[in-house]
Design a protein around this ligand. Structure first.
Ligand code: ARG
Ligand code: ZN
Length: 874
């Protein structure tokens, strides 16, 4: 059942008001809805002769009764069909009262209304509201919601969207609360929470002087872990006022932490619901990475209040309208709060590793897809991250001020509406008299463009020219590709490392607008042959090829004015080195010492001027996953061998430098999650990992000391990981055991403990992973635990997952089949590594293919999993 963008039709009926009453019970929750419905004037083009039927989506619901304008509807007026209810309509305006029964306790899909550790909560995006009641569950139907929750007194906290307008107790002693959300919204932004929760409270005064109450709800045991999220929220609220002129609009903003959650978080109007792991943190239990992730996700969900809620999506093909834009907004926020270059490096690494792979695989799709089977499968890196890159390119092409004019117009023009990606681009054009006609192709064309660059220097004429050629490889369903408008930011370096002047205005950097298949850009008055610094700041999501020599890359590593490109030069050097090592391994030759990398790293380690976070990023070799994406054919064994050999060689050659740097950075001060301190710990722990790779006693002793000092989870888990990966096995077992005993009450730390083992190249064997799944703390119904153990193994343990006997693939197939019965969204995510089978060598490709085939033959699959598996096998 494929849905096509071209089939979009405006809704036949609108719902002006939605009044909901929930009578909560684990097995028998009663949901009453009262809907004020009217014919959509926009759709009323049938000449007004007869009224079309009203379609209400509904899944896994027990229909108890349905009444129109106070009278029970006779059976011939409606029909229950798969996926919903069709109603005969007799008048253009009417009110419906519908009663349904649902069983939150049995809902393991974590979509709709469900229970998590005894707390009721909801997740409605994209199509979860239809698991709560019969409703036109589509984002272009926007309604004003009033929600009444009735629950036994053991659920003292009852929350929904908007403002609390009434509360009391029922005759039989249950609690009753009513919430009203004055802003019309689609059903996917509805939320309800009921539980025995504690909260922390703060307040924020908006730019126009309105006071907003901020509340963060969690189970009592986690109440000490709320501060960082609260601080992040206030930063985000201020930032959106300053950078986008966007003010918060309700009197209260609430966040709730939930342990069982399919993704990171959800931007429900006034009531954001978060995966606990993405909101709760304390120095003792959360790593620096978790602190930074929390800051960015809190901001992301908050920013959705404008880019998503006030202006929402017309249909789910437009998902990137809100997600791409909001990811761009949160990335810029994080860049402003921390190190801009480091944030960019992290985002680009994710894009190159995972989004490029997606774009080259069977699920490749444009940022605005043309079709889908199951929308949940399209919450992808392409929609989110590549979508954000598109918005970033518009920002680059127009400039910051013009971009702001465009976003102002967009919010003003479309406030309260459900719109399209096209509307966004048009606002950007209209506000600036700009032309983004060709640029629009980025939304409709899938695949990663490749740009080949050649240059020429004419000493006599003092003229330098760059020739850029673009092409985009074919993707499923899109054979022909058209040239894109690609902004390529560049600079030129002279032999002394200084930036050369590029034009008569004295600029030392510029953006080339590549619009043709092939284009030459010429620079005058260039007095020496320059070294080009290309695609600065990763100005477009492309693969750029230029034949840099090793010396040139080392030169850029040290002299490029663009910090991102300094890192990128280092990456290119590492990729070249690792690719020749892989070749040597495959040819059965002895592997060459990676001396260019060793030299480059040696210089880096002795440079105390450079941001330590940047140095840490440069010292990290590309992951096995990234190497896999780079080559034409994945040889897992060669990748692992090349990478291990290079890391070992570097560790041994530079041990004294790693040690000196480690000691210099190992300052004992109280934990703070500031950019500077995070940078220091990041580089220190990178050095520690290299030191431990040598497996020398003194290095492992440093890890043990750091572990036992027990100061913060960043340092403790880094030391533990090093001991597990490189230390003697018996000692590792004991240390893991005592760590678990210390932290077994803390879910978050237990997840770290699971993930550290399952993703360990040496320790995380399949046997170990099976043991972890049998551990009492493992829960198949908790996505965080599944991601930590099964995901850690299949997505972050290249070495063991690709064991030559194929057992890793068979194991993953078993887990996917089992999970599909409980939680299709998680099953569908987890199958991803298997979908790339075509890229592997024949032997592995055959093994992975048969694992996929076994899933496909295992019985009836969910729509989510079916789409992934059938498209991969096609
Ligand atoms: N809108 C949420 C967020 O970004 C994600 C919702 C994901 N839904 C899903 N079915 N996977 O920010
Ligand atoms: Zn989002």
């Amino acid at each position: 059942q494929t849905v096509y963008l071209n089939d979009y039709q405006a809704p036949e009926y609108l719902v002006d008001r939605t009044e909901l009453t929930f009578d909560l019970d684990p097995q028998s929750t009663l949901v009453k809805s009262h809907l004020k419905i009217r014919r959509n004037p926009v759709a009323a083009d049938s000449g007004g002769r007869s009224l079309p039927p009203l379609w209400l989506d509904g899944v896994d619901l027990e229909l108890l009764s349905i009444a129109e304008d106070g009278e029970l509807l006779p059976a011939q007026r409606y029909q229950e069909e798969p996926g919903g209810l069709s109603l005969t309509v007799t008048k253009p305006e009417f009110e419906l009262e519908i009663q349904t029964r649902i069983a939150p306790e049995s809902n393991t899909s974590l979509e709709g209304l469900y229970l998590s550790n005894g707390m009721y909560c909801t997740q409605c995006e994209a199509e979860g509201f239809r698991k709560i009641t019969f409703y036109p569950d589509r984002p272009d139907v926007m309604s004003v919601f009033t929600t009444t929750i009735v629950a036994p007194a053991k659920y003292p906290v009852l929350l929904s969207n908007g403002n609390k307008v009434d509360s009391g107790t029922t005759d039989d002693g249950r609690l009753r609360v009513t919430w009203e959300d004055p802003f019309a919204k689609p059903s996917y932004l509805f939320a309800l929470v009921a539980g025995d929760l504690q909260y922390v409270e703060d307040s924020f005064t908006t730019s126009t002087g309105r006071a907003v109450t901020l509340q963060l709800f969690t189970e009592a045991r986690n109440i000490g872990k709320c501060e960082h999220a609260m601080v992040s929220l206030k930063h985000a609220m201020r930032w959106d006022e300053v950078v986008y002129g966007r003010e918060y609009d309700l009197d209260i903003f609430m966040i709730v932490a939930v342990d069982h959650f399919n993704m990171g978080a959800m931007e429900n109007k006034g009531l954001n619901i978060f995966n606990s792991a993405c909101v709760l943190a304390s120095p003792e239990t959360a790593t620096d990475a978790a602190f930074q992730r929390i800051e960015s996700i809190v901001a992301h969900e908050y920013f959705h209040n404008w880019s998503g809620n006030r202006v929402t999506c017309r249909d789910w093909f437009q998902l990137s309208l809100k997600e791409g834009f909001t990811v761009f907004r949160d990335a810029e926020f994080s860049a402003d709060m921390n190190s801009r270059a480091v944030k960019r490096i992290e985002d680009v690494t994710l894009l190159r590793t995972a989004q490029f792979a997606e774009d080259a695989g069977p699920m490749s799709h444009p940022v605005r897809p043309d079709s889908y089977m199951e929308i949940s499968n399209f919450y992808t890196l392409t929609i989110y991250e590549k979508g954000a890159e598109i918005v970033r390119m518009i920002h680059t092409i127009l400039g910051a001020d013009a971009f702001r004019r465009g976003s102002d117009l967009y919010f003003q023009r479309h406030d309260g509406c459900a719109v399209t990606c096209e509307d966004f681009v048009v606002a950007m054009e209209d506000a600036n008299g700009a032309d983004l006609k060709q640029f629009r192709r980025w939304y409709s064309q899938a695949g990663t463009p490749i740009i080949e660059v050649e240059d020429e220097y004419d000493a006599e004429r003092a003229q330098y020219s760059l020739t850029l050629r673009q092409r985009t490889p074919a993707t499923p369903g899109q054979e022909e590709k058209l040239p894109l408008h690609i902004p390529v930011a560049i600079g030129l370096l002279g032999a002394d490392g200084k930036a050369l002047v590029l034009d008569k205005f004295g600029s030392t950097d510029t953006v080339l607008h590549l619009t043709e298949e092939s284009q030459t850009f010429t620079f005058q008055d260039i007095d020496e042959r320059p070294l080009p610094s290309l695609l600065r700041g990763f100005s477009a999501p492309v693969k750029l090829r230029y034949g840099y020599t090793g010396e040139q890359l080392q030169f850029l590593m040290q002299h490029d004015a663009d910090a991102f490109n300094r890192w990128d030069a280092c990456q290119r050097l590492a990729l070249n080195t690792l690719s020749s090592l892989q070749g040597q391994y495959r040819a059965g030759e002895t592997l060459d010492t990676p001396s260019a990398l060793i030299d480059g790293f040696s210089v880096l380690l002795q440079n105390s001027e450079l941001d330590p976070a940047l140095v840490a990023k440069m010292l990290a070799l590309p992951s096995a996953q990234e190497l896999a994406e780079q080559g034409d054919e994945i040889d897992a064994a060669a990748i692992v061998a090349a990478r291990d050999f290079a890391r070992q060689s570097i560790a041994v050659a530079l041990k004294p430098l790693f040690l000196a740097r480690y000691q210099a950075l190992d300052q004992r001060k109280p934990y703070r999650p500031t950019a500077d301190d995070i940078a220091r710990r990041g580089l220190k722990n990178t050095c520690l990992a290299y030191l431990c790779m040598t497996q020398d006693q003194d290095a492992l002793a440093l890890a043990r000391t750091q572990f036992e000092r027990d100061e913060n989870m960043t340092d403790v888990s880094a030391a533990l990981a090093a001991m597990v990966e490189y230390g003697p096995k018996d000692a590792a077992e004991q240390t893991l055991e005592s760590f678990y005993r210390q932290w077994q009450q803390d879910t978050q730390v237990v997840e770290t403990w699971f993930g550290l083992q399952s993703s360990s190249a040496g320790f995380g064997t399949l046997d170990r992973v099976r043991e972890l799944m049998a551990h009492p703390a493992f829960e198949m119904k908790n996505p965080n635990k599944v991601r930590a153990v099964v995901g850690g193994f299949a997505m972050r343990n290249f070495n063991q997952f690709h064991h030559e006997d194929g057992s890793g693939y068979e194991f993953l197939a078993d887990q996917v089949i089992a999970l599909d019965k409980l939680n299709p969204q998680i099953a569908s995510r987890l199958v991803t590594p298997l979908t790339r089978w075509k890229k592997y060598r024949k032997h592995e490709a055959g093994q992975i293919h048969s694992a996929l085939k076994r899933i496909s033959d295992s019985g009836e699959l969910s729509a989510d999993l079916y789409e992934m598996v059938s498209k991969s096998l096609a």
